[in-house]
Design a protein around this ligand. Structure first.
Ligand SMILES: Nc1nc2c(c(=O)[nH]1)N[C@@H](CN(C=O)c1ccc(C(=O)N[C@@H](CCC(=O)O)C(=O)O)cc1)CN2
Length: 290
């Protein structure tokens, strides 16, 4: 048996078409969704992702603003800019590209973004609301994974999901999102003992460890769904995930590739969150005026 490869690029393209139509509809009410992206320093990968976010905004007819700072920018200056953007009516979404230089507290930055414009879904208010099943901005990579699973027709209710990795931006929120879908969730991490035994019991594995080829065929039950969130470079400098793709595809039922799996969904969901924020601000305005 060979796994069905989930084509994230194709699903992202379809979703972007839907978003484009909804943006056009919203514009008829005089509101153009606006996204502000803050980039600090000259990390090459971050520059690529930010360019891609801007390009996607343009394709979808959204307004986008890029604010770039030198690596040495002070935390104070960055926070001041966020506060300005929080009250800028043309901006519905604010994101600060991560990672940030060591002298800037990521948590302080995230907490300064208004929860109503936190389209990355990283603010503790949005994380907390998501945890208790209330409406919130959902973090882009976890939400992207949920959309991929649903669009691929993969049932979640009652399924055993094993999340390998416990970062605040992927591991923890994706487990919680899938729990909200009535999956049974086990979290594993670097100190988990007997990892293979746990992953072998999984119907769905979410690999978010950040180590190239970490999940091998020995971790995977026949027919399981394997979602690869890793973005690593192998010894030849080639982009690869956390899953040993060639061997796992012989065992898994469904598998996401890297590139072309989860990655393209991250930016698509960001666009969706920005559209949602613009719509919410219009509704708020209409309520105030009525
Ligand atoms: N503020 C944020 N910072 C970061 C986030 C985030 O969601 N918000 N996530 C990552 C980077 N990221 C978006 O910002 C991101 C990563 C990967 C991709 C993607 O499409 N990957 C492609 C491969 C691209 C390549 O060739 O390098 C794929 O997997 O097919 C999009 C967005 C960390 N920072």
């Amino acid at each position: 048996m060979t796994a069905e490869i989930i084509n994230g690029k194709e699903i992202a393209k379809r979703k972007k078409q839907e978003i484009f139509v909804e943006v056009e509809e919203l514009k008829k009410s005089g509101v153009t969704p606006g996204l502000a992206v803050i980039l600090v320093g000259d990390n090459q990968a971050s520059q690529t992702y930010v360019r891609s976010k801007q390009k996607t905004c343009k394709e979808l007819g959204m307004h986008s603003v890029l604010i770039e700072y030198n690596e040495s920018v002070s935390e104070e200056e960055l926070l001041r800019k966020i506060e300005q953007l929080n009250i800028d009516g043309s901006i519905h979404g604010i994101l600060v590209q991560l990672p940030l230089p060591d002298h800037i507290s990521e948590m302080k930055v995230i907490e300064t973004i208004s929860p109503e414009k936190d389209v990355d879904g990283f603010h503790p208010v949005n994380i907390g609301r998501m945890m208790i099943g209330q409406e919130a901005f959902l973090s882009c990579t976890p939400y992207g994974i949920l959309v991929l699973l649903k669009e691929s027709g993969i049932e979640l209710e009652g399924k055993h999901v094993v999340v390998v990795g416990r970062s605040n931006i992927v591991g923890k929120p994706v487990g919680q999102l899938l729990l909200n879908e009535n999956a049974t969730v086990t979290y594993c991490h670097s100190r988990t003992k007997g990892l293979e035994k746990l992953t072998q019991a999984a119907d769905i594995i979410i690999a978010a460890v950040g180590k190239a080829g970490f999940i091998t065929k020995d971790h995977v039950k026949q027919g399981a769904v394997v979602i690869d969130v890793g973005i690593n470079r192998n010894s030849e400098g080639k982009l690869c995930g956390d899953v040993a793709f060639d061997e796992v595809k012989e065992v898994a039922g469904y598998l996401t590739p890297v590139p072309g799996g989860v990655g393209p969904m991250t930016i698509t969901v960001l666009m969706y969150n920005t559209l949602k924020s613009a719509r919410d601000s219009l509704s708020k305005l209409q309520r105030t005026n009525s």
